[in-house]
Every structure is written in C-alpha cells, then in structure tokens.
Design a protein around this ligand. Structure first.
Ligand SMILES: Nc1nc2c(ncn2[C@@H]2O[C@H](COP(=O)(O)OP(=O)(O)OP(=O)(O)O)[C@@H](O)[C@H]2O)c(=O)[nH]1
Ligand SMILES: [Mg+2]
Length: 226
C-alpha cells in the first residue's frame, strides 16, 4: 500500500501551495461502508493496479494523480476514507472540509452496503457540503457476477433520486480499469467546467471577462468521459 504519512493539515497546506503554484487541485473524497473496496478503487485509479492485499483504512489515506484536461494539468487529490466508525470519527470534519466532489461506494454483492448509503448521504449533508459539489454513486465488485444482490435498476433509481450518476464497476477486473478511470475523470471534467464558470462570473463582476483564460472551458464539454 502507499504510505499515508502526511496528515490532513499537510494535505491542506499542499493544496494551498499548489494553488499558489497555479496547478489546480481537486479534493475528491471516497465514502462508504467498510470493505466495499474504496481503497482498491482509489489504488486502481492512482496506482494503476489492484492491490495484492489491503487492511482496513485508519483515518484516511491520501493518493493523488495528475491528469490533463484540455491542455491543463490538474492534480486529483483522492481522500480514501475509513469505513469503520472507530477509525473515522476523529477525522470526519477533515473529510468534508473544502471538498470538491464526493464518491459514494457500495458493494454490489452486499445489500446492507447499499441500504447504508442513506446514512452516508445524511452525514455528507450534515457537513454542509454545498449542493453544487458533484456526487457520484459507485457499485463495486461487479466481477462477482454470481453473488450480485443489488440490481442495477434499483441502484439507478436511487442514483436518479439523489441526482447522481451511477457507475457499476470492479476495482479487481483489469478490463474495468477504464471504467474506474472514468469515474474520477468525469468528476475532474465537471469540476473544471464548474470552476471555469466560477472564475468567469468572478471576472465578470470585476469587469475583466475578456482576459480570463479559463472562460472557454465552461462551454467545451467534448472531452468529458460522461
Ligand atoms: N472481487 C472483488 N473484490 C474486491 C474488489 N474491490 C475490493 N475487493 C476486496 O474487498 C476487500 C475490501 O477492500 P478495501 O478496498 O480494503 O475496502 P475499503 O472500502 O477500503 O474498507 P475500509 O478501509 O475498512 O473502509 C479486500 O479484500 C479487497 O481485495 C473488487 O472489485 N472485486
Ligand atoms: Mg480502505
């Protein structure tokens, strides 16, 4: 596993430094029951492989990957959170502070992990995460076809009701790696478009809209995987 030596304060400092150096950094948190595969999904995206073994995450593990969207380098900072209450309770405030996007994960072979999503969404809402923060739903472990308990139709209905996109995938199956990548890239593209709008509005207020280099991105959604 990747080392997780730096704490949330260091990650926040890192974010400030990155902003200073003008590389945009997007903080994406991964939330859900213990054992649904949050660590494996984040490792698949950032490390390009399925980890040989994992242990329950304690507090949070940070992973990151620099991606390029429409010629701009963006650092995706992934917060792989702990699903077990005892390993997360002291950290919850840090998870949600200044978060840019949220990924809710359930295990398609475990109905309880799906029904518990309600609780995870409540926790997220309870931390005043703005409605504009994009959220997606991920059903993991689709490689275990014989054991699926959560039908796609049920998950889709839930995702629709909560205004989220649904991804069903497997961190384990190498054939699904592109799909895992799409989850994060979809969010990064949305954030890039959103932030461009934000910057454009700010500039408009200041009467400088013509000078802003990000303006064009707001309307250009062609490269978004979703
Ligand atoms: N078959 C299969 N197993 C998976 C997949 N993803 C994860 N696992 C297994 O599920 C178990 C839990 O994975 P983790 O990624 O550690 O789960 P987690 O959600 O991070 O758990 P916490 O850190 O306790 O919150 C491990 O034994 C993984 O090997 C998958 O896509 N398919
Ligand atoms: Mg974990």
């Amino acid at each position: 596993m990747q080392p997780s030596g730096s704490g949330p304060a260091a990650a926040e400092l890192d974010a400030s430094l990155e902003q200073y150096l003008r590389v945009r950094i997007f903080k994406i948190i991964v939330i859900g029951d213990s054992n649904v595969g949050k660590t494996c999904l984040t490792f698949r995206f950032c490390g390009g492989a399925f980890p040989a073994s994992t242990e329950a995450t304690i507090g949070v593990d940070f992973r990151e990957k620099t991606v390029e969207i429409e010629g701009e380098k963006i650092k995706v900072q992934v917060w792989d959170t702990a699903g077990q209450e005892r390993f997360r309770k002291s950290m919850v405030e840090h998870y949600y502070r200044n978060v840019h996007a949220v990924i809710f994960v359930y295990d398609v072979t475990k109905m309880a992990s799906f029904t518990n999503l309600k609780m995870w969404i409540e926790e997220c809402n309870g931390h005043a995460v703005p409605p504009l923060v994009p959220k997606v739903l991920v059903g993991n472990k689709c490689d275990l076809r014989e054991q699926i308990q959560v039908p796609s139709s049920m998950a889709l209905k839930f995702a629709d009701a909560h205004n989220m996109l649904l991804f069903e995938t497997s961190a384990k199956d190498p054939k699904e790696s592109q799909n895992v990548e799409s989850i994060f890239m979809c969010l990064a593209c949305r954030l890039k478009a959103q932030k461009s709008l934000f910057y454009r509005d700010m500039e408009r207020q200041q009467g400088k809209v013509q000078k802003l280099e990000f303006t064009q991105d707001a309307n250009n959604k062609n490269s978004c995987p979703c």
